[in-house]
Design a protein around this ligand. Structure first.
Ligand code: LLP
Length: 415
């Protein structure tokens, strides 16, 4: 593993976290290059021998250094905005390997995607098909498209991150797909590339993923029979990671199940994983400001908060918290809630954790590499944390800590 104790101190690869805290300050996101590469390798080896493209889902962790690592590994990218497109291009990602999902693409974003010559726009509605056709017509181009089809499969995950049910806003209805494809095939500025789906995130059971693959494969075969080409099938992302004791089966098992469900289908396969690439490759390093004992509860008030890591507040997500210095033998742990300085009762990083802790100690909030920094904000006028990528014995500052001036640099006082 990339995060382990050596001589009583938690390290990221070869570097002790207390040294990183001294060098870069806290709160600070710390990522391991080796862990990211290992997670990617799990996908590439499971897909060996099949025409396949791994489109890293940028929203999970869009730092340019992470994107350029992915690009160097040969990955493509799953984007959901013009901002993410610009990031991928800035990180020298190959536009020919970009797929663009999302229910609300603007005309400008569609134009940017067409001009960049991305691989595929994943359409999520009929009005969007019309808009893409119109923009492509105006630019004198043909737009490469697929429909994101909603397979109506229950992903059995948190309701906020389940996306493949009929009541969700995502994708086009399964029963509507054939009509929409037939219409798209008649449009002058549309070129059909394939079909896609994404049923939700943090899947810990392969069954819904495999069921979605089977339903999409059935539809793809029906479409091909009517002469509509299916160069690729995009099964989305969503493979879960271990935060606590979820123990999802290895990525290879999800993929083997999906490949079996695709059967004799020979279309290229696209997957867009985010969390399973970067989630367990990152942690949030924070320092205890105060130990605050109380009658009902005791608190560790730390210098990271919900604005840095929103997942606990938003989804009641559980992240393991480790003391950077291992407790001396015989010390008695106490149950603490670990909270930030933000003025909300929902501002917590973890609850009821047994720790031996003093003010000034460092804590590591684990499994924070995905949807950590990417969902951070400046709430309470808190500058965003620094980000550091560790590679063996080297630490690279991949995003400087924001300054307080950065916070209002775009604002103007009335004349
Ligand atoms: N593809 C599409 C079309 C998606 O909407 C998503 C995630 C992914 C791929 C990547 O899914 P992943 O492999 O990371 O599960 N903020 C939430 C997660 C939201 C996921 C949204 N869509 C969280 O912190 O748990």
């Amino acid at each position: 593993m990339s995060f382990f104790y050596r001589n009583g101190t938690l390290c990221a690869e070869q570097l002790p976290l207390d040294e990183l805290a001294r060098r870069f300050g806290t709160p600070c996101y710390v990522y391991s290059r080796a862990a990211i590469e290992l997670a990617y390798a799990a996908y590439s080896s499971a897909l060996a021998g099949r025409e396949a493209l791994i489109c890293y889902s940028v929203k999970a962790n869009p730092n340019l250094a992470v994107l350029s690592l992915m690009a160097r590994l040969g990955a493509g990218f799953d984007i959901v905005s013009g901002g993410e497109l610009a990031r991928v291009l800035a990180a020298r990602g190959d536009p020919g390997k970009i797929v663009f999902s999302g229910v609300g693409k603007t005309e400008l974003e569609i134009e940017q995607a067409l001009l960049a010559e991305i691989r595929c726009i994943n359409l999520e509605s009929e009005p969007e098909l019309e808009r893409v056709n119109a923009v492509a017509d105006r630019l004198g181009r043909r737009a490469p498209v697929a429909f994101r089809v909603n397979p109506d499969v229950d992903a059995k995950t948190h309701r906020h991150i389940s996306t493949g049910l009929k009541q969700n806003k995502f994708g086009v209805a399964y029963d509507d797909a054939e009509r929409l494809y037939a219409r798209a095939a008649r449009m002058r500025n549309i070129e059909i590339y394939g079909i896609g789906c994404h049923i939700g995130s943090q899947l810990t059971d392969p069954a819904p993923f495999v069921e979605a693959a089977a339903r999409i494969a059935t539809l793809a075969a029906r479409l091909e029979a009517t002469g509509i080409p299916m160069a690729h099938i995009d099964l989305g992302g969503g493979i879960g990671i271990n935060y606590r004791d979820e123990s999802p089966p290895p990525v290879a098992e999800f993929i083997a199940g999906a490949l079996a469900a695709l059967g004799t289908n020979r279309s290229g396969l696209i997957l867009d994983p985010g969390r399973s690439i970067v989630g367990n490759a990152g942690l949030l390093l924070t320092r205890i400001e105060y130990v605050k004992p109380g009658a009902a509860k005791s608190f560790l008030v730390v210098d990271a908060a919900m604005n840095d890591l929103l997942r606990p507040a938003l989804y009641e997500a559980w992240h393991e918290v480790r003391a950077v210095r291992e407790a001396p033998p015989g010390a008695t742990p106490i149950a603490y809630d670990i909270v930030g300085p933000v003025c909300e009762s929902g501002d917590f990083l973890a609850r009821e954790r047994q720790l031996v802790a003093s003010a000034g100690d460092l804590l590591a909030v684990m499994s924070a590499g995905a949807y950590g920094m990417s969902m951070s904000s400046n709430y309470n006028s808190r500058p965003r944390a620094a980000e550091v990528l560790v590679d063996g014995e080297q630490a690279h500052l991949i995003r400087a800590r924001e300054t307080t001036e950065d916070l209002f640099a775009l604002e103007r006082i009335l004349p």
